[in-house]
Structure formats: C-alpha cells, structure tokens
Design a protein around this ligand. Structure first.
Ligand code: PGA
Length: 249
C-alpha cells in the first residue's frame, strides 16, 4: 500500500519476565515478511540484555522505556542512565510518555533525558499529546507545540528523534481520534516542527493510543502517519502481528 518505511513499536510498559521471550521470539520470526516495516519492542530494562542475547538472528530492535536524566554513573539509588541502557543493548528509548508525565516528569526533565539519550546515540521516541480537557478547550495544537519546544533544543540531533502523537485520552481506553482530526494533528506536528527548528527535514510522527487489529485499517488511511506505538496489544505476539498484517492488507 505504501513504499515508505513504517514503524511498529511495542511498548510493553510494566510487563514481562523471562517467560515473555516466547512473545518476542514469535514477533522476530514474523518481521521479515514485511520488508517495509521497522519493528522495535521497548521492554523493561531487566530484559534488554537477555532478549538481545537469546535472539540469534535478530530482525527487530530492542528499546527501553525511560531513563534517568542523570548521565553516566553516580550516587542515584535505583536510577538507570542512558549510558547503562546503551551498554545493555538498547537501540531505542521512549521518553516523555504521558504515564511518566503523570508521575511528575516535567518538560525540563524530559529535555535532559532526551539529551542524555542522544549523547548515547540512542534513537528517541518522544511522546506528546493532549489530555481530554485540553481537547475539549480546543488546545490540542498549543499543548503539543509547548511539549515539543520545551523539551527539544534547537541543537539536538533531530535525525535521532521520532515523535509519537499519543492523545492521553486514547491510551488504554479503546478510543482513537477521528481520522480527520488525526490527519490535522499529524500534519500540524510535522509542519510546526519544521517551523520551530528552522529545518527542512520532516520528522517521523507515529500514532499511539489503543491501536488494535480492527482500527489499524482506518488509521492506515492517514498517510502522514509513519507508524504506530502500540502498548497493550504488543504484550501478545498474535495481537501485535495482526496489527501489522491488517495494516498491509
Ligand atoms: P495502548 O498504549 O496501546 O495500550 O493504548 C499505548 C502507549 O501507551 O504507548
């Protein structure tokens, strides 16, 4: 349906143990069927090294889901830095997820996290999106603009940043935006990013929030979407594979 590379990124959240290897194994076996798709599974830190070592012929990339804003090593009990994740084998990292913003992550803190991840040459999946009350007040664009400009510095390497539009009200709720609205937001993010950072490069923008095998077909109509960030459904090989399968149908 399209020749452009599409991302299918799984976000396992607080899920998984050694027995979950079977899930990633099945997804890994499936990936070569769709050469135009890039599959990344973002897993808990404790599984990154284990999965990387066990998957002999790896067709997908492994990512992390957050990191400390502190760089390198230091006296920060329980903290894990981007450097540590990189050494464990992470290639991607999700930052700015609304579940972490909810826990108190500020745009300034996210900015430090993005910088530390970029310093380790990790690919950053930077999440933005409005809450329901913002949407109702017609503030979707202004909220997203603020999230982007407060956490991305002009000097950051934009080639290593993928944006993920995740309306907070759509995460884990089975609600997705109307196709028309979604198209407008994705177009806005792309054009506003270019304008804000005075760059010609159009950023990759994913959609995330309740993506499943049923709604992916309607989401695929929005050709500006460069892929999907998939939470709940990525915790099952079948559900994740069905999404890719239906996308290309
Ligand atoms: P969901 O989560 O697919 O379960 O809605 C998406 C996300 O939080 O990235």
């Amino acid at each position: 349906m399209t020749n452009k590379l599409k991302y299918f990124i799984g976000n396992w959240k607080m899920f998984g143990d050694f027995s979950s290897y079977k899930i990633i194994y099945k997804i890994n076996q499936y990936v070569p069927k769709h050469k135009k798709s890039k599959v990344v599974i973002c897993v808990p830190n404790i599984l990154i090294d284990f999965f990387k070592k066990r998957l002999k012929k790896r067709n997908l990339s492994i990512g992390a889901q957050n990191c400390s804003h502190r760089e390198g090593y230091g006296p920060f009990t329980g903290a894990v830095s981007a450097k540590m994740l990189k050494k464990m084998g992470a290639e991607y990292i999700i930052l700015g997820h609304s579940e972490n913003r909810q826990e108190g992550e500020t745009p300034q803190l996210i900015k430090k996290k993005i910088l530390s991840a970029l310093n380790q040459k990790l690919n950053v999946i930077f999440c933005v999106g409005e809450k329901l009350k913002d949407k109702k007040k017609g503030k979707t664009f202004s909220v997203i603009r603020k999230q982007i400009t407060k956490s991305i510095d002009k000097k950051f390497n934009k080639n290593k940043i993928i944006l993920a539009y995740e309306p907070v009200w759509s995460i884990g709720t089975n609600k997705i935006p109307r196709v028309n609205d979604l198209e407008k937001v994705i177009k806005f993010i792309k054009s506003d990013f270019k304008r804000s950072f005075k760059t010609k490069k159009i950023p990759k923008v994913l959609y995330g929030g309740s993506v499943n095998k049923k709604n992916v077909k309607s989401l695929s109509i929005v050709k500006e979407i460069d892929g999907f960030l998939i939470g709940g459904a990525s915790q099952s090989a079948k559900k994740f594979i069905d999404i890719i399968e239906n996308y290309y149908k």
